[in-house]
Every structure is written in structure tokens, then in C-alpha cells.
Design a binder for this molecule. Structure first.
Ligand code: TIU
Length: 224
């Protein structure tokens, strides 16, 4: 039986037995000063603001016993899964793989590459390292989700128009029913978040659905 979640462009039919939460890239490298986002010239303080909402969303899924998946944008230390074009891009003060205040930028295992403490994965939750912006490229996650019987994905994380939207579009193309929690995602650019939220739900939900956490909370109800 599905649970109807009030959403744009129309109610999202959440299927409790087949739904997982995907928290995209809530890493120190994007959220704290001295990381990759900072090196690109961004104001990282905007992203920190969604930590409480994202924590509440994760808590809701854990209470229900629904799967929580965390992603990290992370490359191998030898950079063999990071195309040179990606390293060159952005004219940053530091490039991917170079050493900043929290270790080598966007490299697996470095301090800056970890998920922020407030949203740390719990024992048994899936954590995937993705070398691309999207969660499906070179990760094997589609096969794992299929083996788990997951058909519905709820999205949170950063940044809205880069890794979140890319992952939602990849998921949409693979047949997942996708819902974005709009107050558990953020961009370095307010106007890009706004545009992304609108374009996901436009054209009858061309990429998926969008709703605030309060609607999900209300519809799912008390701890199950
Ligand atoms: N720069 C930017 O907005 N985002 C990224 O580089 N990666 C993610 O969105 N995770």
C-alpha cells in the first residue's frame, strides 16, 4: 500500500516497502571552509544551514526502518577514476587531489572527504563513493538497489543543481520514482536551487516530485 505525500506537481505515491533515502555528498569538502567548495570560491555557509533538516529526515527513515544511503564525491588517491578534464575544471585555487586544510581535496579517506559528524552514517547503512556528479556512474548502486527491491528514491543533500539533480536525473532514467525534499537540499546559489526545484516538478514531474520535510513527516505519521 502506498502513502500519498502532498507534493509538487501532484501527490507522491511513496511505497514504504520499496523506498530508500539518498543523502548526497553532505561532506566537509562542500560544507566547511578549506574544502573543495571553498576552493571554487563559493560561500559554504549556505550549505551548513540544511544540516538540521537533513538530520530530521534521516531520523524519520531510521524510525521507519527504511534504508538510508549516503554518497560521497570521492576519487581514488591515484586519481585513476578522475578524468583530467575534471581536475582542470573551475580555475580553483586548489585542484582535486591537491592538499588543502582538510587533506587532499575530494580524495577518499581524507578528513575533508568525510560526511559531517551530525549526519554520520549509522552501522549497516550503505555509503557509496562516487567519482562523478551522479550517483550511478561507476558505483554499481543500481544493481544493489535492484537487489534490495528499491523502486522509490527520496533525495536530500548538496548541491541541488549539481550532484543532487544529476543523481535524480540518472535515477529517473533508470525508472525510479524520485522525490526531492526541498528544505534538505541547498546550493551555493539561491537562484540555482530555486530553478532546479521548479524544473524537477515542471512538465508533470519530468524528473520527479518536490516537497518539504513537514509534508513527508505529516503523511508518514508517528513512529511505525
Ligand atoms: N560545485 C558544486 O556545486 N557541487 C559539486 O562539485 N559537487 C556536488 O554537488 N556534490
Amino acid at each position: 500500500m502506498t502513502i500519498e505525500i502532498p507534493a509538487q506537481p501532484y501527490p507522491y505515491p511513496l511505497d514504504p516497502a520499496h523506498t530508500a533515502l539518498v543523502v548526497i555528498d553532505m561532506q566537509r569538502d562542500f560544507i566547511e571552509k578549506g574544502g573543495f567548495g571553498d576552493s571554487l570560491g563559493n560561500d559554504v555557509a549556505r550549505l551548513e544551514a540544511i544540516i538540521p533538516t537533513t538530520a530530521a529526515l534521516i531520523a524519520l527513515f531510521r524510525r521507519q526502518g527504511w534504508p538510508v544511503i549516503h554518497t560521497r564525491e570521492a576519487h581514488k588517491p591515484d586519481l585513476s577514476n578522475c578524468p583530467p578534464s575534471k581536475i582542470r575544471r573551475g580555475n580553483p585555487t586548489l585542484h582535486i587531489g591537491e592538499t588543502g586544510a582538510m587533506g587532499r581535496l575530494l580524495i577518499a579517506g581524507e578528513p575533508g572527504n568525510q560526511i559531517v559528524d551530525a549526519l554520520a552514517p549509522a552501522e549497516g547503512e550503505i555509503v557509496i563513493d562516487k567519482p562523478g556528479k551522479g550517483m550511478f556512474w561507476d558505483t554499481g548502486i543500481h544493481e544493489r538497489l535492484q537487489a534490495m527491491g528499491i523502486t522509490h528514491l527520496v533525495f536530500a543533500g548538496v548541491t541541488t543543481e549539481v550532484c543532487v539533480q544529476t543523481s535524480m536525473r540518472e535515477a529517473n532514467d533508470r525508472g525510479y520514482e524520485c522525490l526531492l525534499i526541498e528544505d534538505a537540499t541547498e546550493s551555493y546559489f539561491a537562484e540555482f536551487k530555486h530553478a532546479t526545484v521548479k524544473m524537477i516538478a515542471a512538465q508533470g514531474g519530468i524528473v520527479g516530485w518536490v516537497t518539504p520535510l513537514s509534508e513527508l513527516d505529516r503523511a508518514v505519521g508517528a513512529p511505525g
